[in-house]
Design a protein around this ligand. Structure first.
Ligand SMILES: CC(C)(COP(=O)(O)OP(=O)(O)OC[C@H]1O[C@@H](n2cnc3c(N)ncnc32)[C@H](O)[C@@H]1OP(=O)(O)O)[C@@H](O)C(=O)NCCC(=O)NCCS
Length: 375
């Protein structure tokens, strides 16, 4: 293939993929000074102007000439806005890599560019699968991949590397016969208010209150699956993992906050949302900080969450049809929260809940259907 004459130009009317030209050197150099580029990609650090020159005038042309595919420049509003590259297409399976200049981020440029490049490989290069890889924690890249239809995400511990260091890696793929559209739900955490409480998403600053709540004797007794002792790193890990629960569609967790001080009073979550075929099922779980118990706070919080869970997805809710709630048989306070919200006790799960010292408690199984009357 000749460079640049034979490099195909692709456009969707907003974003154009075209051959790099020497005029892109300054923009490439500038983009690669960005801390996010240096953190999440494999570019040399520090990144010099010579690096940009060699990328634009040697590496990119060399790949197109020898392999027939390589990196395109992304152009938006007549200006260089980033690069999208194809790698390792042997056997009809290849990889995509990308970056967008800071000024052009957050307006869908990369999602458009990723779709254009991916579709090109399926239509013109006869590839049948595209792989996306990113270091764990690169949420911008993960969101682009989700929006462009990549699916089946897995974590490969130590699977990524940059400049001699190994990183945990996310990997997802999309096949030629699959839609380049989001699969599954990527939830958000809306603020829910009522009855003198405010439900909001978790913040890193909540860790100390999470620690106190989860080390409390009664929490430890009824939620025996929690680490014991529960340490600050567990609280921080829990808070950090909330983002993954949202992105995978698995669950949404709220802090029940004091509306005046914003202090954490408790936690309520809907989880297990991917576990059934119908994807309209969810389970409610919760705990209260000991300082806020006995004031009907959890009953009210669960009521707010139920309303959100049964609201259709198109109206900003979770589109659930059926909720379950499990409480160890002797845990009367928890059973009360369920019954006060209209849940029906439908049975007992035998030896279903882990208890301390290797024992198991029976669970009451509570259910609430969207069609059930609610108090
Ligand atoms: C990752 C990157 C390419 C995204 O480019 P972009 O043009 O901003 O992407 P888009 O605008 O198409 O973003 C798609 C979605 O991701 C969201 N998003 C972008 N950056 C985000 C971030 N850092 N955290 C969370 N979400 C983010 C956008 O808001 C958008 O969502 P929305 O449509 O619901 O609003 C860009 O941030 C970048 O170049 N980062 C540094 C290099 C890099 O990480 N490359 C990928 C290596 S695997």
């Amino acid at each position: 293939m000749r460079f640049p004459e034979d490099v195909p130009e692709l456009t969707d009317g907003v974003v154009t993929l075209r051959a790099h030209t020497p005029a892109d050197v300054d923009a490439v150099y500038e983009m690669c000074q960005d801390p996010a580029m240096q953190r999440w990609t494999t570019i040399p650090v520090p990144y010099t102007r010579e690096d940009a020159v060699s990328f634009v005038t040697e590496m990119v042309p060399g790949e197109w000439r020898t392999k027939g595919y390589g990196a395109w420049a992304i152009e938006v509003d007549g200006r260089f806005a980033g690069s999208v590259s194809l790698h390792d297409g042997e056997g009809g399976v290849g990889e995509i890599g990308f970056s967008v200049a800071p000024w052009a981020r957050g307006r869908g440029v990369m999602t458009r560019a990723a779709k254009l490049a991916t579709k090109y490989t399926f239509d013109e290069l006869d590839w049948h699968r595209m792989i996306w890889r990113a270091f764990v924690g690169n949420w911008g890249s993960r969101r682009v991949a989700w929006k462009a239809g990549f699916r089946g995400l897995v974590v490969v511990p130590g699977g990524g590397r940059a400049r001699g260091v190994r990183y945990d890696e996310w990997v997802a793929t999309v096949g030629r016969d699959e839609e380049l559209e989001p699969q599954g739900n990527w939830w958000t955490v809306p603020v829910l208010e009522g009855s003198g409480i405010r439900l909001r998403g978790f913040k890193p600053e909540d860790a100390q209150r999470v620690l106190e709540a989860c080390n409390d004797e009664r929490t430890q007794h009824w939620l025996a699956g929690l680490p014991s002792p529960y340490e600050l790193r567990h609280a921080e890990g829990f808070i950090e993992s909330r983002q993954d629960a949202l992105a995978s569609g698995e669950g949404v967790s709220w802090v029940i906050a004091d509306p005046v001080t914003d202090e954490l009073l408790g936690n309520v979550s809907i989880f297990a949302m991917n576990q059934r075929m119908d994807k309209e099922h969810g389970e409610i779980g919760y705990w209260m900080h000991p300082s806020a118990r006995g004031r009907k706070v959890m009953t009210n919080a669960v009521r707010l969450v139920i309303e959100h869970a049964f609201t259709p997805i198109a109206d900003g809710g979770l589109g659930r049809r059926r909720l379950v709630l499990l409480a160890a048989v002797p845990n009367t306070a928890s059973a009360h929260v369920a019954e006060a919200n209209g849940f029906t006790k439908v049975g007992i799960g035998r030896a279903a809940a882990p208890a301390r010292e290797g024992r198991w408690d029976d669970d009451y199984i509570f259910e609430l259907l969207a069609t059930d009357p609610r108090p």
